[in-house]
Structures are given as structure tokens and as C-alpha cells.
Design a protein around this ligand. Structure first.
Ligand SMILES: [Fe+2]
Length: 204
């Protein structure tokens, strides 16, 4: 595949509450490494494909590709939903109506989502839109690539690797970080993500 990705600088969050600039700086550096590695592996694979060299090197790079791609894409989702000072959506919001249908209400959804984020291990807590059943569902994604329900659309993505909070809160800071993340959710952006996902589902 011949395409060179660039870090999406417009997504870099600023002035968050409870997540420091230093923490975001370190995290952003990790994200840039995923972009670099996606490009590097794609280049190597393109060279091997051109030579019809489909041996073990090709196979191992193909296996690695999902980890690097999802590392890049999930960080873009994550950074894009972080903005301080945004109010949680009200009862009349389409997002909350769908949370009610899917979980019984906003509070019930939030409790489960936070519990997923506080699970031990490295991975992600992700709220997806299921385009066929037209419901929302919370998932734990191991590493970056394990467990994505195929065809579901990420609406809200929370990084739950230790590197997301180590700078601010140390190894035992997971719970405080999850609470800080929730305080900084850009709800209008999450609502737009749901609108986009519904539009996409209606078009297919
Ligand atoms: Fe991360």
C-alpha cells in the first residue's frame, strides 16, 4: 500500500483538567511513533510485494500491521474526544436516548464504561455504535488490535494503557485517570461521531 500518513496535529488536546501538558506531550510522542511505524511497515511490505517475496518476513510484517495501524487510529480517536469544560449531554440528546435504549440510561452506561477503563491490563475502553442493531455497546480492546467487533463504529475511545496516566498519577493512578478522562470528554464531538455513524449505516 502506497500512502504516507502524517500525525494529525489538529487533534492534539490543550489545557485539560487533571491531565497535564507533560502527560499529553509524552503520549503524543508515542502516537507519532505509531504513525512512523505504519509508514515504515507499509514501505517494507510494498517492496516485498513488488519482488513477489511472500515468505516469513512478509508474513510477520503483515501480522504486525494491525498493531501499528490500530495504535495510530485509536490514538487519533482518543485525542479527538478530549476537550475541557464540555457539559455532559442532556436527556433530549440523541446520544442519551440511545444510551437509554442500550444500557438503561446515561448513568448506567457511564458506570459500565468506567469499569471497563479500570480493568487491569493494557488496552482500550471503547463505546461503539452497532450499525445493524442500532445500539451502543462498550468493549475492552486488548493491546490495540484484539477484540474489535467488525463493522462497529467507535464513538468514544479511552486509552487504558498505563502510559496514558503514568506521568501524572504513577502506576496506581488508573482510577483517578479514568475520572479525569470522563471530566474532559468533548461531548459535542461524541454526539457528532454518533450522527456520522448513523449516516454511514443508513447509506450502506
Ligand atoms: Fe496511548
Amino acid at each position: 500500500m502506497n500512502h504516507k500518513y502524517q500525525p494529525r496535529r489538529e487533534l492534539r488536546p490543550k489545557a485539560l483538567s487533571g491531565i497535564s501538558e507533560k502527560q499529553i506531550d509524552q503520549h503524543w510522542t508515542l502516537y507519532e511513533a505509531y504513525v512512523k511505524n505504519v509508514n515504515l511497515i507499509n514501505e517494507k511490505l510494498a517492496t516485498l510485494s513488488e519482488k513477489k517475496s511472500f515468505g516469513p518476513e512478509f508474513a510477520e510484517l503483515k501480522r504486525r500491521l494491525g498493531f501499528e495501524y490500530d495504535g495510530m487510529i485509536l490514538h487519533e480517536h482518543y485525542f479527538s474526544v478530549l476537550k475541557s469544560g464540555q457539559k455532559a449531554p442532556g436527556e433530549s440528546s440523541e446520544l442519551v436516548k440511545l444510551m437509554k435504549k442500550s444500557f438503561g440510561g446515561y448513568r448506567a452506561w457511564l458506570e459500565e464504561f468506567a469499569a471497563v477503563g479500570k480493568m487491569r491490563g493494557v488496552g482500550w475502553a471503547i463505546l461503539y455504535f452497532d450499525p445493524h442493531a442500532q445500539v451502543l455497546t462498550n468493549h475492552w480492546i486488548g493491546l490495540h488490535e484484539d477484540g474489535h467487533p467488525a463493522g462497529f463504529v467507535p464513538i468514544l475511545v479511552m486509552d487504558a494503557w498505563e502510559h496514558a496516566f503514568m506521568v501524572d498519577a504513577g502506576v496506581e493512578g488508573r482510577a483517578a485517570y479514568v475520572e479525569a478522562f470522563i471530566r474532559n470528554i468533548d461531548w459535542p464531538k461524541v454526539e457528532r461521531n454518533l450522527e456520522d455513524a448513523r449516516r454511514l449505516a443508513a447509506a450502506t
